[in-house]
Design a binder for this molecule. Structure first.
Ligand code: 13P
Length: 340
């Protein structure tokens, strides 16, 4: 475990004005996204699309890192270099999806636990050799009648903690992602309770597995209302609830916190981040690690056509720029300046 490297990587991941692109959609998820814009999902189209994102001129100004899917970490960039090396040369840290997806937990209402711990020590060594310096593990917590159960929170917290320890041992910064889904008709209050319970259990498990808090990045969902709830919490309420939970549960020693977008609109994801980052006296830098909220516009513009690449890159650059501003709490002021 190279502590110096871990510290350097973690600090760079949350460098001022930058955030992380999640481009680690599994081939199944990629298929759904591509289908929505009429593009066949093959190894080659996935490579073409991801290279479109990675080669966007100037986007490295706003990106500290990119999370890759296993397949992408072994593919080549447009210039023939392996993609992890291509990114590193641009000053963007290559990361990897470390988990292997979800399985049902027996004796629950199809609650999920994340798989992928078997053989992980060997895989992490290989990912390090491929150039990856951080690695994500996504756990999914669903809110509904009688759920999440303690069983679900406990199973996921332990998997996240074991995962984090294995990454650190391999000198790879763990990005642990317990995502509380926004699907459902629950209130923002209920979402806050579930976030708190989930994060408390996760940090307790990490203490039990001797995970080093100084060498860890949390990727969390925001405390929003369930998407089918009639009362949708406003931007300030989301920001207050989310930061309150984080203050209660995340040690100040941690180098940073990043957010997933989770199906929020592009603009909501930016507005929420901006409101939180603008708060005074936070213990950690906050920034984005979005997939959909960074890629939606680019994917819709691209539609698999070579002639649309430049405009798709422009759309991607714009979202990255807006979120870079939001991570410093400067997005709203910039909008007002532009409107004036
Ligand atoms: P979204 O921003 O689309 O939620 O994706 C983030 C992510 O990495 C999910 O694991």
């Amino acid at each position: 475990m190279d502590q110096q490297l871990l510290s350097k990587t973690a600090a760079a991941m949350v460098a001022k004005g930058k955030g992380i692109l999640a481009a680690d959609e599994s081939s199944g998820t990629c298929e759904k996204r591509f289908q929505s814009v009429g593009v066949a999902c093959t190894e080659e189209t996935r490579r073409t699309y991801r290279n479109l994102l990675f080669s966007t001129p100037g986007v490295e100004q706003y990106l500290s890192g990119v999370i890759l899917f296993d397949e992408t970490a072994r593919q080549k960039a447009a210039d023939g270099a392996p993609i992890p090396q291509y990114l590193a040369k641009k000053g963007v840290i290559p990361g990897i999806k470390g988990d292997r997806g979800l399985a049902n937990i027996p004796f629950t209402r199809e609650e999920k636990v994340t798989e992928g711990l078997d053989g992980l020590q060997k895989r992490m060594k290989e990912y390090f050799e491929l150039g990856c310096r951080f690695a994500k593990w996504r756990a999914v917590i669903t809110i509904g009648e009688g759920i999440p159960t303690h069983t679900c929170i406990y199973a996921n917290a332990h998997a996240l903690a074991r995962y984090a320890a294995i990454c650190q041992e391999a000198s790879i910064v763990p990005m642990i992602e317990p995502e509380v889904l926004l699907d459902g008709n629950h209130s923002a209050e209920r979402s806050e309770e579930v976030h708190e319970e989930t994060l408390r259990a996760t940090y307790a498990a990490m203490a039990a597995y001797n995970v080093s808090i100084e060498h860890l990045i949390l990727k969390t969902s925001m405390v929003v209302s369930g998407k089918d709830n009639a009362r949708q919490a406003g931007v300030d309420e989301v920001a207050e609830r989310t930061v309150r939970v984080l203050r209660r549960t995340v040690p100040a020693a941690q180098p940073g916190i990043v957010f997933l977008s989770g199906g929020q609109s592009d603009e909501s994801a930016t507005a929420h981040l901006n409101a939180m980052a603008a708060m005074k006296g936070l213990a950690w830098p906050l920034t984005f690690s979005y997939s959909r909220a960074l890629q939606n516009a680019a994917l819709k513009t691209w539609r698999g056509q070579a002639g649309n690449v430049a405009s798709a890159q422009k759309a991607f650059h714009h979202r990255a720029h807006m979120n870079g501003l939001a991570s410093q709490g400067k997005w709203r002021a910039e909008l007002e300046k532009q409107a004036a």
